[in-house]
Design a protein. Structure first.
Length: 131
């Protein structure tokens, strides 16, 4: 989804996310697998929950942005709710980070982002209508 380590991009010097973030992605992948199995067996589905206690600047907001963008990209028509302590934090931190990673995504042309919203672009909507 992102151009990790690709020359000429802002991520040229970044080969992969930090180990702890990769572990979260692996946890999510396992959770999805388990939920698919539960669904096949007719069992109730689980809800993925994650809490991270840490100092500032380790990449928590970036992780939320990546997960959000991945979800929007792979679950067409889904809704993702992002909350913060207050409106200003939501606009200046959470959505600012989401817009940053949106601009770096390989499929950024599929979405339009503004201060507190990201939604399918008209280009993408038209593509879906044609399929």
């Amino acid at each position: 989804m992102y151009r990790w380590g690709e020359e000429g991009t802002p991520l040229a010097n970044c080969t992969v996310p930090p180990e702890w973030q990769k572990e979260v992605f692996l946890e999510i992948a396992e959770f999805i697998k388990q939920n698919k199995k539960a669904k096949r067996l007719g069992n109730p589905l689980g809800v993925y929950k994650l809490a991270i206690a840490s100092a500032r600047g380790i990449g928590k907001t970036a992780l939320v942005a990546w997960i959000t963008y991945w979800f929007l990209s792979t679950r067409i028509g889904c809704t993702v709710a992002i909350s913060a302590n207050n409106d200003d934090q939501c606009k200046t931190t959470s959505f600012a980070e989401l817009r940053r990673w949106h601009s770096l995504a390989k499929n950024s042309h599929f979405f339009e982002a503004n201060v507190t919203d990201i939604h399918p672009s008209s280009y993408f909507v038209n593509l879906l209508k044609q399929s």
